[in-house]
Design a protein around this ligand. Structure first.
Ligand code: NAI
Length: 327
């Protein structure tokens, strides 16, 4: 039998954690041939709830689940981790300024970065889901100087999937008929879902929609979908976020399909004018556990303006965490 892969999940007792852990344990994160060992990190007050979830995981009798350990200490939780899903974060509460939000999240992601640096496995892959995801990933990455920077990523796959879903509904095609969609920038309201390189059943998607629909319907619907879910469900997206986290890691490990790409927020190498080091979403192809930014795409004025605005927001967040001494 293969050696189990250690998967550390933070915020394990939260609502995304509840949806995510069962998908991981069933084999959907890494594939049907890979046993997994879960290492759950929670704050002390939520450890008991995490233990309850672990009881349910046991009761599901997943053949691929070779163990569940629960921690309230990041150093222990990340020891030997091959994959780390950083879901737990400090949400913005009413009246909270951005500086307070970043400070509070720095208190979480700085020690977690240090713990990953100290004890994660050499092949560690990190996905940050907890918001503000891109900047939390930058905090963790900067505090893990011995880990290659490219192992730190943040999630825009939910935005990517939402964009696929909206475009497929508009054009009356299946999501699998749409290729080469891109989310650029920050996982925030400034994100830019780009259909100008997308293909629908092999034909340019941009020929089948007009700019007015893109500007007035598609982009705001995708960017504000999280708020629409809260309004409808009375709680924020959880199962769809967990599903996107599964997709992100599965694609990173197993590769993108020929003729397609995906969206991941990754440390910029300066491509497309995005300042190097910012963790920004790009079109990427993945293969053998590594990713590369898709190069050579032409960006029209419509796209350039929107990408620049989202990247400017990321640069402001980076400047804010610098001035707070978090990186
Ligand atoms: P939740 O509030 O239900 O769960 C969060 C959990 O994290 C709680 O159990 C809490 O005790 C735990 N936690 C807090 N600090 C921790 C720490 N230092 N170490 C370990 N655990 C800690 O929240 P939910 O709905 O599960 O969402 C989690 C995060 O994911 C939020 O920040 C949310 O904004 C974000 N999110 C990101 C999305 C994306 O597309 N990138 C989509 C949806 C949500």
């Amino acid at each position: 039998a293969r050696t189990p892969v250690n998967v550390t999940v933070t915020g394990a007792a939260g609502q995304i954690g509840y949806a995510l852990l069962f998908r991981i344990a069933s084999g959907q994160l890494l594939g049907p041939d890979t046993p997994v060992k879960l290492r759950l990190l929670e704050i002390p007050q939520a450890v008991k709830a995490a233990e309850g979830t672990a009881m349910e995981l046991a009761d599901a009798a997943f053949p691929l689940l070779s163990g569940v350990d629960i921690f309230d200490d990041p150093t222990k939780a990340f020891a030997g981790a091959n994959v780390a899903l950083l879901v737990g974060a400090r949400p913005r509460t009413a009246g909270m300024e951005r500086g307070d939000l970043l400070q509070a999240n720095g208190g979480i992601f700085k020690p977690q970065g240090a713990a990953i640096n100290a004890g994660a496995a050499d092949d560690i892959k990190v996905l940050v889901v907890g918001n503000p995801a891109n900047t939390n990933a930058l905090i963790a990455q900067t505090n893990a100087p011995d880990v290659p920077a490219e192992r730190f990523t943040a999630m825009t796959r939910l935005d990517h999937n939402r964009a696929l879903s909206q475009l497929s509904a508009k054009l009356g095609v299946g999501v699998a008929d749409i290729k080469k969609l891109t989310i650029w920038g920050n996982h925030s309201a400034t994100q830019y879902p780009d259909v100008f390189h997308a293909e629908v059943a092999g034909k340019p998607a941009a020929d089948q929609v007009d700019e007015k629909w893109l500007a007035d319907e598609f982009i705001p619907t995708v960017a504000k979908r999280g708020a629409a879910i809260i309004a409808a469900r009375g709680a924020s997206s959880a199962a769809s976020a967990a599903s996107a986290a599964i997709d992100h890691v599965y694609t990173w490990v197993n590769g993108t399909a020929a003729g397609d790409w995906t969206s991941m927020a990754i440390p910029s190498d300066g491509s497309y004018g995005v300042p190097a080091g910012l963790i920004s979403s790009f079109p990427v192809v993945t293969k053998d556990g590594a990713y590369e930014i898709v190069q050579g795409l032409e960006l029209n004025e419509f796209s350039r303006t929107r990408i620049d605005a989202s990247v400017a927001e990321l640069a402001e967040e980076r400047d804010a965490i610098r001035s707070l001494g978090l990186v």
